[in-house]
Design a protein around this ligand. Sequence first.
Ligand code: G6P
Length: 624
Amino acid sequence: MCGIVGYVGTQNATDFLLEGLRRLEYRGYDSAGIVTLPNEGQVEITKTVGRIESLSEKLAQNPMSGSIGIGHTRWATHGPPTEENAHPHFGGDGGVLALAHNGVIENYAELKDSLIEKGYKFLSDTDSEVVAHLIDFYLNEAEADGAAPEDDPYANLLAAVQKTLPRLRGTYGLVILFREHPHVMIAARRGSPLVIGIGNGEHFVASDGSPLAGYTDKIVYLADHQLAIVTADSLRVLHRDEGQVRHNVQVLEVEETDLSLKGYAHYMLKEIFEQPKTLADTMRGRLSEDNATAIFGGLNLSAQQLRQVQRVILTACGTSWHAALVGEYMIEEMSRMPVEVEYASELRYRNPPVDHKSILFAITQSGETADTLAALRELKRKGHPTLAICNVVGSTIAQEADGGIYLHAGQEIGVASTKAYTSQMLVLTMLALYFGRLRHLSYEQGRKIIDALHRLPDHVEKALETNDEVRRIAGKYCHENNFLYLGRQYNFPTALEGALKLKEISYIHAEGYPAAEMKHGPIALVDKNTPSVFIVTKDFVYDKVMANVEEVKARGGPIIAVVAEGDTQVAKIADDVIVVPDVEPFVQPFANIIPLQLLSYHIAVLRGCDVDKPRNLAKSVTVE
Ligand code: G6P
């Protein structure tokens, strides 16, 4: 979703701003813009609909100067993706101030009405322009009361922002520049993250750490209700209730992003093929043969405390929610503890009765998903231990949880999650092993699970060998407009995730179901133009799923089946089979999702879709 970058220093601001926006592209956006202040009283602005590349081309033709500036990528919420709606937005007449905003201002309509009454003219449909004009209004008020004192030249700017913020309902990460003060930017946060990078005679601002890598490793995370006054060589942080506060300088842990495609046509394909390695990275140092269990450094809870837990709540959104469903099967089977999986967007408002022996895990690739964050905060507020399973180091959820487990899957750029999903499942499997070993799992059982996990990267490597066959199958079915995905037990979440992948990047309608549920509705959709993708690998429900395959066949529906090596039955009925390694049931979600990720990828490519940046989607969903 929207991304912000800011720079104040001695270099040409646009260099960092453009590079920073490129590194935020992965979040998903539909328009972008940059503003700089070359000198006192001067403002330069360039905006574009579409990709950063076209912003870059515009800038090559009409370069912008100034060593202070802000940039923004917008994912449309209020108003369509147009240049008028792209940020930065101006406040006041002729651009007294310029602002970039992430988040949603819920009471923007009433604020807008009152500003229109005061004579303000709006050029966009956005909620953000309201904030810009409101700051201008308070700035005029402050200046009417007198000029800022010489020893505090930014006092009026600060007063204007401080009067504006309490009037805003909703969420914001804001960065503001003032035309008459080309040496300062003000940043403010509530609900949408902002990070400040400290350089040598320069400061950077960004909505996450990735734009800063390689520029500085000294960063300050702004907390909610904090604002910062930033110049080239000074940084002051204030809290709404506490006044000036000491800021805690941390080390940026984001690795410099390798943005190269390494010969792959898309990031999604690259990330699919990275999975044997990312799974090995997720596992590294976390399995103890001696104790036949998993080891996690960051849970911040002792084995004794975790032994007291009687119920696990897993909360997440999107693909992470599917990983949670797999986690439910794993934890219940290995530890015999009840597990509940909740959509974070429901959990946050549901107010469920949660007893004191429950523990919450928030599962999130980005660590910024607004609903997941809100669900975590709600349970934390009620005094429950909250842990995060997260990929992005230093993200808001990683910071706010009591402890957690990082995926170490490396930055995921493709909007459709692939490698983060398998790493999430792996962390949950290791967690299941850990809880199991705290309870009833024997040493021998623990060792067997560990041995199976060590073989996991090889199984995934083998599953990737299906790529050519999957591409062929994609060619056969890419013109269909409806797909069913069906599987049972461990393969039910795989069916959901396979369907979601297809939907996300090829815009084909696809539904995932537990195979047996098919009779209760989806079977009505079966016809010769509706392929059913069955996951029918060897487990104790194999015969039952086979019966469902027959039912679809009997109704003339084309069948694509994911089967285990050595299977001879399914090929007799299915139209197309994809052969994956024959593995233990709890390992199947890892091997079986691979051809489904590849199927969605190849179908999307064949349909000419923008695989890495699917329409309407965002990588990091920071609004409710
Ligand atoms: C967005 C992304 C999905 C992701 C979901 C949850 O919708 O496009 O790929 O699964 O958010 O994101 P999270 O970062 O919390 O895992």
